[in-house]
Ligand binder design. Structure first.
Ligand SMILES: Cc1cc2nc3c(=O)[nH]c(=O)nc-3n(C[C@H](O)[C@H](O)[C@H](O)COP(=O)(O)OP(=O)(O)OC[C@H]3O[C@@H](n4cnc5c(N)ncnc54)[C@H](O)[C@@H]3O)c2cc1C
Length: 447
């Protein structure tokens, strides 16, 4: 099948009908990245994004694997830092309220032969990054349509068209669902099974003027022995601003709201517990608050005969892992590659669908399952201490991301082998959790 030029005509119901090679639902990070990859591969792409509200997008502290994926979109780290759209991230610091601090950073010898691993990553100003990505996407010939997809048309498992709220119809042989966590359009349409991790959570965040340069993300916490973890992020998104956010369970926030507190009150009260923020609040008014709720989960069967789901519509990875952006960019690159590879065939072979789905499932289980058991739930962190628990989670997580980037699993064998190594770590984290929980039960019984 050759590349067709998009054309608009009237269908029998008088709605405009647009034909192209690939229709992308959603123009967030994953949607734009997929659009750019596909346009570069010579396909005619329509990307439908309502963009009605200027949402404050999150995803500001990037994992070490994200820069190479941004590089593939011609957004190298030096350029982003030079444009003041990003700052360097060289470490993560975990600070507890009692004054303890633990630093996590890749060991310097990994930068040398034979590994040659990049020891820096980025914090990004998502508004500036996304604006730059939109410009690139449009310049590459992608047709960005400001509309909202309301429904899909299908023939069994195969999609044939999508319809927008205004009644316009978009037909193509291929589709990508990048509609994000809240919409998850195709997961709902096909009623896909999903696995959830941990409780529903709420994040609230705002921005403060930066007072000092920093090359790391700081996570502030005050872990209580019997409670699920709450935490605060501090991310220098550009030289002028820092992003500060508070994450807690939906149940905890609901209780506070029911006691009459506003979102501003809750945020301020939480920050005031830490001397770092008490000083910040003294000198600055709390800016406009952003609030979102989510529950970490992964959908199963995220690839159909002529469609793939990418980004948070496929899997929602806990923000504390800083893996959402990497996942979104990875899905976008892999889904685009599959479409470019099989476009003449008109459908994805089952092997390709199986492997794509398996990789998303395995990584989501590894990151979400690990962070829940080792860091969020009390037994392991009570036993090992917060700092050591952080190391127990961070080391395999960082290593597995590096291995994924190097191995680039695609076929059955590499996907299986990679999945097997993730399963070993998952078993390890499960075993650690079980042992620590038993011991804490024994101690509790003895008292
Ligand atoms: C509180 C929080 C903090 C986070 N922090 C980090 C972090 O520090 N580091 C990190 O790596 N990741 C982080 N993440 C994750 C990261 O933000 C996301 O993984 C990433 O931005 C996902 O991009 P996406 O394109 O999949 O989804 P989105 O950015 O949600 O994009 C989906 C798009 O689809 C559009 N859409 C929705 N419905 C329709 C429809 N019907 N028709 C057409 N379009 C539609 C929406 O308008 C939206 O633009 C965080 C997430 C949260 C919730």
């Amino acid at each position: 099948m050759g590349t067709r030029v998009a054309n608009t005509e009237r269908d029998s119901q008088q709605a405009a009908s647009t034909n192209c090679d690939v229709t992308i639902i959603g123009g967030g990070l994953a949607g734009k990245a997929a659009a750019l990859h596909l346009a570069k591969a010579g396909l005619q792409v329509v990307c439908i994004e309502p963009g009605e509200l200027r949402r404050q997008v999150v995803g500001e502290s990037l994992d070490w694997s994200a820069p190479a994926l941004l590089d593939d979109l011609e957004l190298p780290m030096e350029h982003l830092v030079g444009e003041r759209s990003a700052t360097w991230k060289k470490h993560v610091t975990l600070k507890t309220r009692d004054g303890c601090a633990e630093h996590y950073e890749p060991t310097p010898w990994l930068a040398g032969p034979p590994f040659h691993i990049e020891l820096r990553t980025l914090h990004v100003d998502r508004t500036r990054l996304d604006d730059e990505l939109v410009k690139k996407t449009i310049a590459s010939g992608v047709n960005m349509v400001t509309e909202k997809v309301a429904s899909v048309e299908r023939d069994g498992q195969k999609l044939t068209a999508v319809r927008t709220e205004r009644g316009n119809r978009f037909c193509s042989p291929w589709f990508i669902d990048a509609s994000g966590f809240g919409t998850s359009l195709l997961a709902r349409e096909f009623d896909l099974p999903a696995i959830s991790f941990g409780p529903a959570k709420v994040a609230m965040w705002t921005y403060f003027p930066a007072t000092e340069a920093s090359e790391g993300t700081t996570l502030h916490m005050d872990p209580a022995e019997s409670e699920y973890l709450e935490w605060i992020w501090e991310i220098p998104i550009n030289p002028e601003w820092i992003s500060v956010g508070y994450v807690a369970t939906g149940a905890a926030i609901k209780m506070k709201r029911e006691s009459g507190l506003t979102v501003d009150d809750i945020f301020r009260q939480q920050l005031e517990k830490f001397p770092r923020f008490a000083a910040l609040l003294q000198n600055n008014a709390v800016g406009e608050m952003n609030v979102t709720s989510y529950r970490c989960r992964v959908n199963d069967r995220v690839a159909g005969p002529n469609w793939l789901i990418v980004g948070e519509a496929a899997s929602m990875v806990d923000p504390i892992t800083a893996n959402g952006v990497t996942a979104a960019l990875r899905h976008a690159a892999e889904a685009s590659e599959l479409i470019a590879k099989y476009r003449d065939r008109g459908r994805l072979p089952w092997r390709a669908r199986f492997c794509y789905n398996a990789r998303i499932m395995q990584l989501a289980k590894f990151f979400n399952g690990g962070i829940e058991r080792i860091v969020y739930e009390p037994p392991v962190r009570n036993r090992l201490g917060m700092g050591r628990s952080g190391t127990v989670y961070t080391s395999p997580a960082w290593s597995m991301n590096v291995v994924y980037a190097r191995l680039q699993p695609k076929g059955m064998v590499s996907t299986f082998l990679f999945g097997l190594s993730l399963a070993v770590f998952r078993f390890g984290s499960w075993l650690t959790y079980v042992i620590c929980k038993r011991r804490s039960n024994v101690v509790a019984a003895a008292h």
